[in-house]
Every structure is written in C-alpha cells, then in structure tokens.
Design a protein around this ligand. Structure first.
Ligand code: HEM
Length: 247
C-alpha cells in the first residue's frame, strides 16, 4: 500500500469564502424559490417586500464575500489563485484527457488543488454566482430602490412633486406611470437572467456535490474534510505538487 502524505492546500481565506458562500447560496435559493411562488402562496404586497428584503440582505453578504474571494484570488496561496481555478493554460487539454483516461481505467490521478475537470465546474460556479450577484443588485434597485442603484432608479420613476428619497415599493400613486413602465422594461431582461441562472446554478451545485462525493470515494484524498481542515491526505505523488508543498 502507498504511503499517505498530508499537504496544506486550502488556506483560511478560501475555506471561509467557501462556507459563507454555501450558506448564502442555500439561503438565497430558499428565499428566492419562495419569492418565485409568492403569488401562488397568496402573499400580500407587504409580505413580498419582506421576502425580497430578507433575500437582498443575504445577497449583500453574498456579494461582499464574492468580492473578497476575487481579491483573495490575487493574494491567497497557490491553490487559491486564478491560475488554479480557471480552466486553460499550458498543457490543460492534455491534462484533461489524461485525467479522464486514468479515471476510467480505475487508476485515478491525484491533484492537490482542483483536478482539470473540477476546474471547469468551479469556473462555471463562479460565472453563475457572479451573474446572480450583478443581476440581483439591479433587481434590488429597480424593485425596492435599494443600493447601489436604487437612488438613481427612484429619481427616474418618482412622480412630479414626489421626493425620490421617500418612494415606497409597490406604490404606483408615487410613480410617474410612463417612466415606471420604461423602468420595468429595462429591468425585465435582468429578472429573466436572474431566474434562469438560478435554475442552472441549482443543477451545477448538484453536479458539484455529486462530483466531490464520487471523487472522494474513487480517489480518496479526504477532499471533503479538506474544505474544513485545509489539508489533503494523498496516497500517490500529486500531479500538481511543488517542492514547497510537502511538510
Ligand atoms: C446565489 C445567488 C442567488 C440566487 C440563487 C437567487 C435566486 C433568486 C430567485 C429564484 C428569485 C425569484 C425570481 C422571480 O421571482 O422572478 C430571486 C429574486 C430576486 N433576487 Fe435573487 N438570487 C441570488 C442572489 C441575489 C442577490 C445577490 C441579490 C441582491 C443583492 C438578489 C436580489 C433579488 C431580488 C431583488 C429579487 C426579486 C426580483 C423580482 O421579484 O422580480 N438576488 N432571486
């Protein structure tokens, strides 16, 4: 049997991001799904505003955490950086073929960071949460007049003589009807992208969890506990090992 070796892989910045993001995505998905079905649930306008306010409050934490992770991808350790997250780079397609062939042959290659196929999944997750974050901020501004763009939206739709700072969501008497209709037309594509990205994210998150469990079972490496402890325990020489990785 091969000797097991322990390596420090996920730094604290990456682990904190991962678990804060996972909790926010579960919360946003659950409240978002309720908003999607609010009419079927016979929710009042006040109820809908409360649901959206809760959703957006979690959303701000989610966006700050994502913003932090984007910075950490320049500052964190080797496995936290864009080079280890995004697919591509020298020899990438060869690495994908070799990884898949070894996996099918029942003798999987082991990686310390993301394996080459995993990088595709992680990149898809990042793109989707980024799109959900940006479209979410536009919806928060156009529905509830919340920051960062709500201030301008309120100036756009306020009826003559109404102070934009006092606009209340779902109160048509305070809006200029023509401006409000134009604003709703502007917002519509963002709402569609937000909800379709939610469906795609649900599928990719399910695939992410399935892939992690399958990899743990077939390859070992204690990859699930590594997202808590930071350490991977590997039985073969890892494909992406550098001399500084062993301790
Ligand atoms: C993983 C991240 C997110 C997921 C899975 C998600 C999911 C959803 C879903 C399913 C809906 C219901 C769509 C509808 O009723 O048409 C929704 C609505 C909404 N989301 Fe998100 N969301 C996320 C992030 C955010 C963020 C970061 C914000 C803002 C900070 C945000 C703001 C909103 C707003 C304002 C609505 C109400 C839109 C409307 O009623 O038309 N979302 N979200």
């Amino acid at each position: 049997m091969s000797e097991l070796k322990s390596y420090a892989v996920w730094d604290a910045g990456t682990r904190w991001f991962h678990w804060i993001n996972a909790i926010c995505v579960i919360g946003l998905g659950a409240v978002g799904f309720t908003i999607l079905n609010a009419s079927a649930l016979d929710a009042s306008n006040a109820g809908k505003v409360t649901l959206k306010t809760v959703h957006v409050s979690i959303g701000y934490i989610f966006i700050l955490n994502l913003f932090w992770r984007i910075i950490w991808a320049f500052l964190g350790n080797r496995y936290a950086r864009w080079r280890s997250i995004l697919p591509g780079g020298k020899g990438y397609f060869h690495a994908v073929r070799s990884y898949i062939a070894a996996f099918i042959a029942g003798n999987p290659e082991q990686y310390l960071g993301h394996n080459p196929v995993g990088r595709l999944g992680i990149a898809a997750l990042f793109v989707l949460i980024f799109i959900l974050g940006i479209t979410g901020l536009v919806l928060a501004g156009t529905d509830l007049f919340f920051p960062p763009i709500g201030h301008w939206i309120a100036q756009w739709v306020a009826a003559p003589g109404v102070n934009p700072a006092t606009l209340v969501p779902y109160t048509p008497s305070m809006y200029d009807s023509v401006a409000y209709e134009s604003m709703r037309a502007f917002r519509k594509p963002f709402a569609s992208i937000h909800v379709y990205s939610f469906y795609v994210l649900a599928i990719v998150v399910f695939a992410h969890i399935a892939a992690v469990v399958i990899t743990e079972l077939k390859e070992g490496g204690s990859i699930i506990s590594a997202m808590f402890t930071g350490r991977k325990i590997i039985s073969k020489p890892p494909q992406d090992e550098e001399s500084s990785d062993r301790d």
